[in-house]
Design a protein around this ligand. Structure first.
Ligand SMILES: NC(=O)c1ccc[n+]([C@@H]2O[C@H](COP(=O)([O-])OP(=O)(O)OC[C@H]3O[C@@H](n4cnc5c(N)ncnc54)[C@H](O)[C@@H]3O)[C@@H](O)[C@H]2O)c1
Length: 365
């Protein structure tokens, strides 16, 4: 990390595919000149959902033209339902009609849905053109914009079609979080807390101490938070870009969380389901003798203090959650793997979880 003129710079070190993550207030309005200096493309197409485009499209377009760049903007309807192949096909056709070619580049302006769609499109359009991430949701700023996972959903499951394709740069402007709906911010916070539990006890404690400042989007807490999350994600991706091993720790809370999300028919915001999943995984870790009840309590308390859910809503069918667990895409050879804390800051990945422990946790969560 280096800090210059109130700007934070984190680097994702992947050899010749390395790229910077720049974090600064007001960055949206001034990133045009930085993109221009990187010689990423001749023409640019900004891809955004209708909501984010309405809020920030004009400001980004002005910033790009201020940097002397020629850019156009294409939008799609906001929401997870747009993360499908039909959207990729529709956007690709519009790019082709506008004459975008291999010398051009894409810019993702939006949350994780926009980033995943744009990254996937960039990885397959004309067999691959460069792209840049301008994440606008907290989840996208701390997680999905970094690391190069792209993809879309099919009716059989989320993210089942996708690529690993790294962006050329990530530009994070915390100013845009002021318009993010509260529930979306909260969902992003679940992923933030996840980083503390899987990798960094000190960061976990920092979150507890700075809760009020974080919720108030105060720079003193928000900027170090964004920086530390990006650093942890970058470090994990540097060690295991294609999720052969270590990167799987980022799925902490996701095994049961995804099952809860699916059982809600995707009405529950992803991060809120992950919060429940993290609590359940930590309970499982206690039953399996991996983690102390004190750490379990600390995890639950922090989630609750931030206003995150830790219980499966009573109306959800426990049996359906159990079935979804077995069909999770993170099963390998039919075995369900769990990321379980050993202590706050350190986790293990294991498929050795007693079925009776899973039943007990589902019954008591
Ligand atoms: N690629 C990865 O590594 C990775 C990691 C985690 C999650 N994801 C994916 O990310 C997606 C979820 O991302 P998300 O939670 O950002 O969802 P999202 O992109 O749908 O954004 C959530 C909502 O917030 C709105 N929004 C975004 N920024 C805003 C802003 N600044 N002001 C006002 N409204 C704003 C959007 O229009 C949308 O309605 C899922 O599809 C998930 O699979 C990908």
């Amino acid at each position: 990390m280096t800090t210059k003129n109130d700007e934070i710079l984190v680097t994702v070190g992947l050899g010749e595919r390395s790229y910077p993550i720049r974090i600064a207030r007001g960055l949206l309005g001034k990133l045009g000149s930085d993109i221009a200096s990187r010689k990423i493309g001749n023409r640019f197409c900004v891809i955004s959902d209708d909501r984010v485009a309405e809020l920030y499209g004009e400001s980004l377009m002005r910033s790009l033209s201020g940097g002397g760049l020629h850019a156009e903007i294409l939008t799609f309807p906001h929401g997870e339902a747009s993360k499908e192949l039909a959207t990729i096909a529709a956007l690709a056709r519009q790019l082709a009609k506008k004459g975008f070619d291999r010398g051009d580049a894409l810019i993702a302006l939006g949350g994780g849905v926009t980033g995943d769609i744009t990254g996937f499109l960039a990885s397959v359009y004309m067999r691959g053109i460069p792209f840049v991430q301008v994440p606008t949701s907290l989840l996208a700023q701390v997680d999905s914009s970094v690391g190069g996972k792209t993809g879309v959903d099919i009716p059989e499951g989320k993210n089942l079609i996708g690529t690993f394709y790294q962006p050329q740069a990530v530009y994070i402007d915390p100013d845009v979080l002021s318009t993010l709906p509260d529930q979306e911010f909260l969902g992003g916070l679940a992923e933030v807390i996840k980083y503390g539990i899987i990798r960094d006890r000190e960061f976990f404690d920092f979150l507890a101490v700075n809760r009020k400042a974080i919720l108030a989007l105060d720079d003193s807490a928000l900027l170090p938070l964004l920086e530390r999350c990006c650093e942890i994600k970058a470090n994990v991706v540097e060690e295991d870009e294609r999720e052969g091993g270590l990167r799987r720790i980022l799925n902490f809370g996701h095994t049961i969380g995804h099952a809860v999300e699916a059982a809600s028919n995707f009405t529950l915001i992803h991060g809120l389901a992950i919060s429940i999943g993290m609590r359940a995984a930590t309970d499982l870790a206690v039953l399996g003798g991996h983690c102390t009840p004190e750490d379990d309590l600390a995890v639950r308390r922090l989630l609750q203090e931030f206003g995150l859910p830790v219980d499966i809503p009573p109306k959800f069918d426990r049996q359906a959650i159990r079935r979804f667990l077995l069909t999770d895409k993170k099963t390998v050879g039919g075995r369900v793997f769990f990321v379980l804390p050993q202590e706050i800051g350190r986790v293990i990945i294991t498929d050795k979880v007693a079925s009776t422990d899973i039943d007990e946790v589902l019954a008591n969560t």
